[in-house]
Design a protein around this ligand. Sequence first.
Ligand code: TA6
Length: 291
Amino acid sequence: MQLNPECNCQPTHIKALETLEIKNRTASSRISRQGAQMLEWVPENHEKVLWLSEGAKFEPECTIRGGLPVCWPYFASHPFTDDAPFHGFARRKNWTLQKCETDGDNTTVEYHYANDEIDTYWPHPCAATLRYDIGEKLSITLQTHNTGYSPFRLSQAFHTYFHVGDIGAVEVEGLENCKFIDTLQNNNIRTEDTPITINQEIDRIYQEQNGTISIIDKKLNRKIQIEGEGISSVIVWNPWIAKSRRLGDMGPEGSFRQMLCIETANVRENSIYLQPQETYTLSTIIDVQKL
Ligand code: TA6
């Protein structure tokens, strides 16, 4: 696709991966063609909002630790086979850039992916369109099209890594009294009636929420608000010390203290049974405000 010079979108590379650098009057950003994965988003007058690991690999077909990975067309393990990639295969694939337009304050970037794993991991004709609207807020919209003639079950997530000043100075509001699956406690289901504070590994799947979720960051003195449509699950994850070491691409020791994943998703019993020729839309808007 030929880029309009007015668009302030510059094709670049990080090692072997093609990326697109975006700059407008209200924000800057960087997106990897692999996975159509946003790596950076920096609204004017704010520190970066997305965390990108210093240990991230930028190699073809390798997952990139950080930014905004898109888990599609399934979340976590493949429903039927263990040799399929974790969190779907779309984040390991090159998507096709279809649109890049700007009005100076906001830049719209659109990528497309048509399932090319029909004969291996995913025998369902389907495609995805991912749209970013990048400005002082960030809007992400993922449309999944069932282009076949039989239904399939879709699970997906915006696996967003947020940059925080220090995990010990963070609270997460908006999930109080919502049932969650604690994947670290034998998938026990429970609730908490207070904002989430984090002082150990956390890996929770909330299957209900009441709208806006806020990361209150007392070190960076800001609030990151997360809301959207089509969201039926929210995952809260921080690997802490031991899992960070096991993952191996989390960067220098202690890097986990500057990140928190709040993932807007449709997973497990809240995944989507997509009928033939049907389209499902998952969208999320991220807004940063000073406290
Ligand atoms: O969304 C939370 C989670 O499923 C964690 O259990 C952890 O596995 C994380 O995703 C990272 O997965 P990844 O495949 O990106 O290393």
